[in-house]
Design a protein around this ligand. Structure first.
Ligand code: AMP
Ligand code: ZN
Ligand code: FE
Ligand code: FE
Length: 283
């Protein structure tokens, strides 16, 4: 049975792999298809598509948008996106600016805590438009202020820790709309991590297409719970490793077993979404 991985980050957000390395890792894992889902970015999709084509692996253009619903953080995956869609790119640019300003604010808080670190050091290390807390953590480790990324999160960066800064987010419904209008399929990422079950009916009402049932941090029981919910709400099922490259030791890519047939259903939905958006277009 061919396997896929539909949740991967690259150096265009807080992953470490570049396009060729990601394709080579997918090849090593004998994956039939992968999706790139960088946080608030689609920048790596074109090069990763080429790198995958070169080694005969199917590529799905995606993203992972950070949203908020009723005060809860939600991650919404978008798949089969038109990565040149103007509104998607404009919105992504806005959220990338929010991320960059948040880095400056987190660094200012660290400085007030007498931790000397410059925003420039974080931006240089991040070397991407969608920097995040993992980059601040890596900069803290690189400068010798923390022994590990976990220590950096525990001491400073986790929610409500002294250098944590809340992030302006779009609503869940806005994320769904942004993905749909770019021809994409919208899926709730790792629901077991965000414990947002009570939001699922409302998100289904707002047009959400699927939920990520298979994920590195989902236990078998959690996966089964979300498979049941997917069945109840007639949602697509997806899955992926959420691999960020080598920053957590062994790469996670390919470690969550996701059957290819789930991608077939996803592509059928993507075709429906595009047909609905352009009902008079010649196929
Ligand atoms: P941000 O988008 O800037 O809020 O950062 C979120 C990212 O930080 C996620 O992709 C996680 O992979 C990572 N992250 C969150 N909590 C931790 C933690 N305790 N240790 C390491 N990485 C974390
Ligand atoms: Zn991440
Ligand atoms: Fe996520
Ligand atoms: Fe992710």
């Amino acid at each position: 049975m061919p396997l896929i991985d539909l949740h991967l980050h690259s150096r265009f957000s807080d992953g470490t792999y570049g396009p060729e390395e990601l394709a080579a890792q997918a090849q090593r894992c004998k994956l039939a298809a992968i999706a790139l889902t960088d946080h608030d970015s689609v920048e790596g999709c074109q090069d990763t598509a080429q790198a995958c084509a070169a080694v005969g692996i199917e590529f799905i253009a995606g993203t992972e948008l950070t949203a908020e619903q009723n005060g809860n953080e939600l991650h919404i995956l978008g798949y089969c996106l038109d990565t040149l869609n103007a509104r998607l790119l404009t919105q992504i640019a806005t959220f990338q600016a929010v991320r960059q300003n948040r880095i400056r604010e987190m660094v200012a808080r660290l400085n007030r805590l007498k931790v000397p670190l410059s925003a420039e050091a974080v931006f240089t290390l991040a070397n991407c438009r969608a920097p995040g807390r993992p980059h601040v953590a890596r900069a803290l480790v690189a400068a010798g202020h923390c022994a590990s990324l976990d220590e950096a999160f525990e001491r400073f960066l986790k929610r409500n820790r002294p250098a944590w800064v809340p992030k302006f987010k779009m609503s869940g419904a806005e994320a769904l709309d942004l993905i749909h209008q770019a021809g994409g399929v919208a899926v709730m990422a790792h629901p077991g991590l965000n414990r947002t079950d009570e939001l699922i009916p409302g998100m289904v009402e707002a047009g959400m297409d699927g939920i990520e049932c298979f994920h590195t941090k989902h236990s078998t029981a959690t996966t089964e719970h979300y498979l049941e919910l997917a069945d109840r709400y007639h949602l697509l099922v997806t899955g992926g490793s959420d691999c960020h490259g080598m920053n957590k030791g062994k790469p996670l890519i390919g470690t969550v077993k996701v059957p290819y047939q789930l991608l077939e259903a996803l592509k059928v939905r993507a075709a429906e979404i595009r047909a609905a958006a352009a009902p008079h277009a010649v196929p």
